[in-house]
Design a protein around this ligand. Sequence first.
Ligand SMILES: Nc1ncnc2c1ncn2[C@@H]1O[C@H](COP(=O)(O)OP(=O)(O)O)[C@@H](O)[C@H]1O
Ligand SMILES: [Mg+2]
Length: 384
Amino acid sequence: MSGEAGRAILIEGIEKAFGKTRILKGVCLNLREGEFLSLVGPSGCGKTTLLRIIAGLESADAGSVRIGGKDVTRLRAADRDIAMVFQNYALYPHLSVAQNLAVPLVMRRLSSLERVPLLRHLVPGHAQRRSAINAQVQQAAEMLRLGHLLHRRPAELSGGQRQRVALGRALVRQPSAFLMDEPLSNLDAELRAGTRREIVELHRRAGVTTIYVTHDQVEAMTMSDRVAVMMEGELLQLGTPREVYENPADLRVAGFLGSPRINTLPVCSAPDGIRLGALHLPLQAEVAPGAELTLGLRPEALHLAAEGLAVQIEHLEFLGAEVLLHARLAAPDARLTARLPIAVAAQLQRGDAVHLRADWSAALLFGADGARIASSASELCLNA
Ligand SMILES: Nc1ncnc2c1ncn2[C@@H]1O[C@H](COP(=O)(O)OP(=O)(O)O)[C@@H](O)[C@H]1O
Ligand SMILES: [Mg+2]
């Protein structure tokens, strides 16, 4: 807030078990100073547990957390200089917005005597401390555009405004890192989109290193510098939104990111390429012949054409500018979804037999264990 950037965060080898169940399996994560990183993954994969360990609200069985070069693994939450925003923002209902924003500062800076209305004026230096707090509250309120709401109580605010007060209360302390755990999941779709932009703008202005937890891949992709994809207690991939989308390291990452979901087709490797039904695709990657592989094709990599994969249309979804075509491929038996411009799909009907041409250069190949076979898209060069 004062122009001071957030600190780098380095998380190494975090292990955590609840009873006999291993929840976090050696999680490593590094954030640059001022970076906005989304931690994304399905519900139950361990995101909240990891965030609580970083915040110091939960202890790890092994591993370390460093913030700004300092090992904070054994520090109490209060000594870590981290602010956390939860899904259920608990504001004090009887306090005004201004008072809610001031709470963390009042608790830290004013003695218990100074918090008593009639006695506070007797404590030396109280007026200066109080006016410093007021100035910081004002600054946070301006940053979050809450200035006109400072005298309201939480009951007189919309859901989005309440969440902004909760963000402001975390921000006012000028923490060196922000941890947000699904802060938008209680808001309706429209408010979510608006508040999403506000959080991004807030991050741009304040520059505080932020870990943003979400199970919503759209939030993760649109808000972040980098995205960390987590599943079953393991970090599967860390990269820019584009990298993890275009170059997923694992079939689970490819399946989790992207809506509609990536198409997957069972294929078999032959000595000089791969076989997809009757199609033969030369492949410039080392794969043992006879291996059962999975070919991934994003819906935008399929186009309507005069020849190609013969499919029958099962369902059409009109989305305005685009149409999602859901179709069945006979051999191998598989469902395919294509994302088509409205102009080319306007005449299509359920039951029609059509051909889909695949953009093979955008195809992704995965081994039986789910790992990507070619490590970059350019290495996997398929021609049909
Ligand atoms: N205090 C706890 N005691 C026992 N199990 C827990 C506890 N907290 C979380 N878990 C379990 O750990 C797993 C991961 O939970 P969580 O970190 O909340 O996942 P996420 O935030 O990704 O949904 C879940 O299976 C959950 O039931
Ligand atoms: Mg959670």
